[in-house]
Design a protein around this ligand. Structure first.
Ligand SMILES: [Zn+2]
Length: 286
C-alpha cells in the first residue's frame, strides 16, 4: 500500500496526458498511488480516418489511447464514467441526453465520491473553474469534483455507498490544474503582433486565448518534471489521434512557450491565506 495517494478527476481521454503527465510520472516514480477518473469516452474528438482502422467508434480508439497512456504513466487505477463527450461550447453535442453536461451534477459528484471513498486519496486534483480553456466538460467536471470533495467525508451524503461498506473520506487537499498567466498573455500578444485573431486558436479554431488569459488562477504549487519528460512524452504520444503531426507555425510557437517541464496547480482547499505561497510538492506538509 503506497503511503501517498492522489486522485485526478478529468473529463476526456488525453486530459491526463496533455496537462500533467509529468506530474503523474513523478509521483508514480516516487511510489505514490495515482488514480484517475476519466468522465467521458471522448466520443466527439476529431479523429482522422487513418487512426480509425481496427476501431468501430471514435470512443473505442480514444479509450485504447487512454489505456496506452495509463500503461506509460503507471496509474494505480483508471475509472471511466462512460458519459458522452459534450463537445465544444455551443456544439449540438452539448444537448445529447448522455452528454456529461446533461448529467445532474449530483449524479456525477456521487460517482466521484464513490471513487474517493474507495481509493482514499490525500490529494484530489481537477480543472480550474474555467476548465482550463472553457470546455463545457472540463467545467462540468470541475463542479462535480468540488462537490464530491465537500461531500465525500459526510456519512449522510450518498448513504447507499456507506451501506455497501465504504467509509466516508475527505481528501486533505483539493487542487486545480492551472496555467501561468504569463504564457497566455504572451501568446495573445504574439498572435496580435502577427495580425492573427487570438480568439481562434487551435486545431479547430475553437480555443479563445484572450478568454483564457482573462481566466487565470493563482499558482501555489509548481512541479518540475524534468527527469520524467520522456515518460510524459510517451503518454502524450499515445493520444496520436488528438495530436497534430504538423502544427502550423503559430501553434508551434505557442507550444514552445509551454515547453518548460513544469506543471502548475492552485490549492483550492484548504484555502491559501497568503497568496504568495510557493510549494514544490502536492503533498506538502502544513
Ligand atoms: Zn479535455
Amino acid at each position: 500500500m503506497a503511503d501517498r495517494t492522489m486522485l485526478i478527476a478529468m473529463a476526456h481521454p488525453d486530459d491526463e496526458s496533455f496537462g500533467m503527465a509529468g506530474t503523474i510520472a513523478r509521483y508514480v516514480a516516487e511510489g505514490a498511488a495515482v488514480h484517475l477518473i476519466c468522465a467521458t469516452n471522448g466520443d466527439v474528438g476529431t479523429v482522422d480516418e487513418a487512426f480509425m482502422e481496427g476501431y468501430a467508434t471514435v470512443a473505442d480508439r480514444r479509450l485504447a489511447e487512454l489505456q496506452c497512456a495509463a500503461d506509460a504513466l503507471g496509474f494505480a487505477s483508471v475509472t471511466t464514467l462512460g458519459y458522452r463527450d459534450s463537445g465544444m461550447r455551443g456544439s449540438p453535442d452539448n444537448e445529447h441526453p448522455d452528454s456529461l453536461v446533461s448529467a445532474p451534477v449530483d449524479e456525477v459528484a456521487g460517482r466521484i465520491v464513490q471513487v474517493i471513498r474507495e481509493t482514499r486519496p490525500e490529494v484530489l486534483i481537477t480543472f480550474d473553474p474555467f476548465g482550463g480553456y472553457g470546455h463545457p466538460d472540463h467545467i462540468a467536471m470541475h463542479e462535480a469534483a468540488v462537490r464530491a470533495y465537500r461531500l465525500s467525508g459526510d456519512p449522510d451524503a450518498y448513504p447507499q455507498q456507506i451501506n455497501n461498506g465504504l467509509k466516508p473520506h475527505q481528501p486533505g487537499r483539493l487542487y486545480y490544474q492551472t496555467f501561468p498567466h504569463f504564457f497566455f498573455k504572451a501568446a495573445v500578444a504574439i498572435m496580435r503582433l502577427l495580425g492573427r485573431d487570438p480568439s481562434k486558436f487551435g486545431r479547430n479554431n475553437d480555443i479563445d486565448l484572450t478568454e483564457i488569459a482573462d481566466n487565470t488562477y493563482p499558482i501555489h504549487v509548481r512541479i518540475n518534471y524534468r527527469p520524467y519528460k520522456k515518460v510524459a512524452a510517451r503518454a502524450r504520444d499515445c493520444h496520436a489521434s488528438q495530436l497534430n503531426p504538423d502544427p502550423p507555425f503559430l501553434q508551434r510557437l505557442v507550444q514552445n512557450l509551454f515547453s518548460r517541464p513544469v506543471d502548475t496547480f492552485m490549492q483550492a482547499e484548504p484555502p491559501v491565506e497568503n497568496g504568495r505561497v510557493r510549494h514544490t510538492d502536492l503533498f506538502h506538509g502544513g
